[in-house]
Ligand binder design. Structure first.
Ligand code: NAI
Ligand code: 13P
Length: 385
């Protein structure tokens, strides 16, 4: 690690809370926290690795980390869970990376959460509600949750953030962790930052920071659950726009400045949408890792951007589902469904004209407009903004 970053890490480690009552009670072995990770995809596996390195190191956590696996049979005929437990690797979603011997894969959801008081949700967002329904009455009453899930649901009553869904369904508090976190980079311990968004209990936020923080994964807390979660959710829509645009950039005398323009305009819509939905969202949140940094990394190297670029390259003739299956092999995109969910909110509230980028993305994804419409959108930029 670069010396400047190393110094920053040391400084931040020293500033981590050490001596409050919350920690004192947890340092008693009888109050050790037990952690379950609900999800074992690409990021779920990396999150388990990060957590497992800390539960071994810190006395206030049980060493073992349970990782719930949505069971599947591999081409070899073996169950994914068995292979993870035998090799200590998630050979399908994170091949080549050891998770830590204290990670135990478990295909039984109820068993995986038994006795745990720290629940880490990290599945594609479309599966969270079904998982929560199965967990009702099965978790500890004093459990705390954190969501690493980027996405939202739209209900009859309006938009519902995933952390709210978890809180409402399970009757527990739910924080969030979002950031510029391309999982494969963190898996090989490349330096990254993340933001924990919390509602009002700073001690709980610090506990989550402690669980995830490593010298190569710097976590800071922000008291703005909705702001942090909306950043992580909405940047996926901008990444789809970036993918469409990048497909045309080279042939059309557009360059890096054009790529940057789409990110800037996306950020503006992210901020405007977040504040319209939740006036409490703070400006400062957009400058945390969960904001501008996640937007940049996803537009540069994320799955949403890559698949959207392929969609545009194929002139919209191959569906997102087909490209997702071919390019991601079981991993899931969140941006296309999030664009649709955002569009539903915009139409319902009469806000479509306020969000031309978000609207155009959904109209392209749903086949109402060709991918080249993103270029026309970009050419109108000087007049629109
Ligand atoms: N991969 C990444 O770099 C990052 C992902 N995220 C977010 O984390 C969340 C989870 O993403 P990943 O761990 O990457 O997952 P992934 O994209 O690798 O998704 C595949 C996972 O979904 C599971 N699955 C498939 N069908 C299922 C079902 N019916 N019920 C439950 N699970 C099912 C699979 O078993 C697998 O574990 C997403 O919201 C994503 O946006 C956030 C930061 C980084
Ligand atoms: O959320 C991410 C990085 O923080 C990953 O984005 P993708 O799902 O587009 O790969």
């Amino acid at each position: 690690m670069a010396p400047a970053l190393e110094a920053q890490v040391q400084e931040e480690e020293q500033s981590l809370p050490q001596n409050n009552n919350f920690y004192n009670s947890l340092n008693d072995a009888t109050h050790r926290s037990k952690v379950t990770v609900i999800g074992s995809g690409n990021w779920g596996s990396v999150a388990s690795k990060l957590i497992a390195s800390n539960t071994l190191r810190l006395a206030s956590f049980h060493d073992e980390v349970r990782m719930w696996v949505y069971e599947e049979t591999l081409p070899s005929g073996e169950k994914l869970t068995d292979v993870i437990n035998r090799t200590n690797e998630n050979v399908k979603y994170l091949p080549g990376i050891k998770l830590g011997q204290n990670v135990v894969a478990d295909p039984d959801l109820e068993n995986a959460v038994r006795d745990s008081n720290m629940l880490v949700f990290v599945t594609p967002h479309q599966f969270v509600e079904g998982i929560c329904k199965r967990l009702v009455g099965k978790i500890r009453e004093d459990a705390e949750a954190i969501s690493l899930v980027k996405g939202m649901e739209v209900k009859m009553e309006g938009p519902c953030m995933i952390s709210t869904l978890i809180s409402q369904q399970l009757g527990i508090n739910c924080s969030v962790l979002m950031g510029a976190n391309i999982a494969n980079e963190i898996a090989v311990e490349k330096f990254s930052e993340a933001t924990v968004g919390y509602r009002n209990n700073r001690e709980v936020a610090e506990r989550w920071v402690q669980l995830f923080y490593t010298p190569y994964f710097i976590v800071t807390a922000a008291q703005d659950v909705e702001g942090v979660e909306l950043c992580g959710t909405l940047k996926n829509v901008v990444a789809i726009a970036a993918g469409f645009l990048y497909c045309f950039v080279d042939g059309l005398e557009m360059g890096n400045n054009t790529k940057a323009a789409i990110m800037r305009l996306g950020l503006r819509e992210m901020k405007a949408f977040s504040k319209l939905l939740f006036p409490s969202v703070k400006d400062s949140t957009f400058f945390e890792s969960c904001g501008v940094a996640d937007l940049i990394t996803t537009c540069l190297g994320g799955r949403n951007r890559k698949v959207a670029e392929a969609y545009a390259r194929n002139g919209g003739k191959r569906s997102f589902d087909e490209l997702e299956a071919e390019m991601l092999q079981g991993q899931k995109l969140q941006g296309v469904s999030t664009a649709s969910e955002v569009y539903e909110v915009l139409s319902h509230r009469g806000w479509l004209e306020l969000f031309p980028l978000f609207s155009t993305v959904h109209e392209i994804c749903s086949g109402l407009l060709p991918p080249s419409a993103i270029v026309e959108y970009s050419e109108k930029l000087p007049r629109s903004f």
